[in-house]
Design a binder for this molecule. Structure first.
Ligand SMILES: *[C@@H]1O[C@H](CO)[C@@H](O)[C@H](O)[C@H]1NC(C)=O
Length: 322
């Protein structure tokens, strides 16, 4: 009896020890009031991300351990930043409901709009583009949200796919806040978060055509923490197919097995508004995490963090093909 109890405690201690053994550290001078859209650029060993409500682009240079920041001239909003294939100084950026090509050398304090790539919902002035990513084949996926007024009440957002050559397709309507996106080529899945649904959905995904079908809920935060009002925000995936779900208000990233819905690890941060995450670093084993400092959150809110010791690796960001 006592021996059995000892074993249980030892196992618990071991489990807790494992869970505690990752390390969370701030990146120097990495503040963004509403940090989002982390994208690991393998060629430049840099993490690109945005400060949405400041129209800001940021680049963390791994070698230099330094963050460069730029303001996009004349643009108050920057929903995401996606490097463009074959054009090292050009990025697709969500400026309101327009996707603009923006030129930035990654160092200067200003970036410039070159031309418009496409536009969505031209008449919905209270909407803006939010999170976007490229699928593993370089197609654009991203969506909109209401940003003036209550985005929980007005589900006027949509999720889009755009492909080189200029075709925009609506993947999903009835979206509150279009947010996290991730793909798993091995499992042939696409994962998507509409924050106002409090869930992560999986879709069967055809990588040849870019068609997503058969949505299913794989993780539901209303069920797993009903009292806490945790909002799922950004999303990434590791090479074993586990999801990392950032929670705005939750100070936590949940590592989730999408096949069972089980939480495998809770990664804790010293601030509440965790907005998104992306794996990066030379071995793709560092989880970079953006946060926000909205509604008067104290420091270190808005800091970008790195998490090491997770024993997991991810995929680099994919350039957009235009
Ligand atoms: C990662 O692996 C090391 C070495 O086996 C272990 O000590 C640590 O607890 C693991 N970390 C996590 C988060 O599982």
């Amino acid at each position: 009896m006592f021996r059995n109890m000892f074993f249980i405690f030892a196992a618990l201690a071991l489990l807790l020890g494992v869970a505690m053994s990752y390390k969370v550290e701030p990146l120097p001078d990495s503040f963004a009031g509403l940090g989002e859209g982390p994208h690991w650029d393998e060629a430049r060993q840099s993490l690109y991300y945005v400060d949405i409500e400041a129209g800001g682009l940021l680049r963390y240079d791994y070698q230099e351990n330094k963050v460069y920041k730029a303001k996009i001239e004349g643009e108050p909003l920057a929903g995401f930043v996606l490097p463009i294939e074959g054009r090292p100084q050009e990025f697709a950026v969500g400026c309101g409901r327009r996707v603009e090509i923006v030129q930035w050398d990654g160092v200067s304090p200003t970036a410039k709009v070159v031309r418009q790539l496409f536009q969505v919902q031209p008449l919905l002035e209270k909407n803006r583009l939010n999170d976007a990513k490229t699928d593993p084949r370089g197609r654009f996926f991203g969506g909109t949200m209401r940003y003036i007024g209550d985005e929980f009440e007005f589900r006027h957002g949509e999720l889009y796919r755009w492909e080189a050559g200029g075709q925009t397709s609506v993947i999903k309507g009835d979206v509150g806040i279009s947010n996290g996106l991730a793909w798993d080529e091995k499992a042939k899945k696409f994962y998507y978060i509409d924050t106002t649904d409090y869930e992560v959905k999986s879709y069967d995904y055809d990588f040849e055509t870019g068609v997503a079908s058969n949505p299913k809920v794989v993780f539901n935060l209303r069920k797993s923490s009903p009292k806490d009002h945790l909002l799922p925000d950004g999303l990434t995936i590791d090479t074993e197919g586990n999801l990392y779900v950032a929670t705005f208000n939750g100070a936590t990233i949940y590592k989730v097995n999408p096949n069972t819905g089980k939480v495998l690890l809770e990664i804790k941060f010293p601030t509440k508004q965790i907005t998104s995450a992306a794996f990066g670093g030379p071995n793709l084993d560092i989880l970079y995490v953006t946060t926000a400092a909205k509604f008067d959150q104290p420091a270190p809110a808005g800091t970008t963090f790195k998490v090491t010791g997770l024993n997991a690796t991810g995929y680099p960001g994919v350039n957009l093909k235009i």
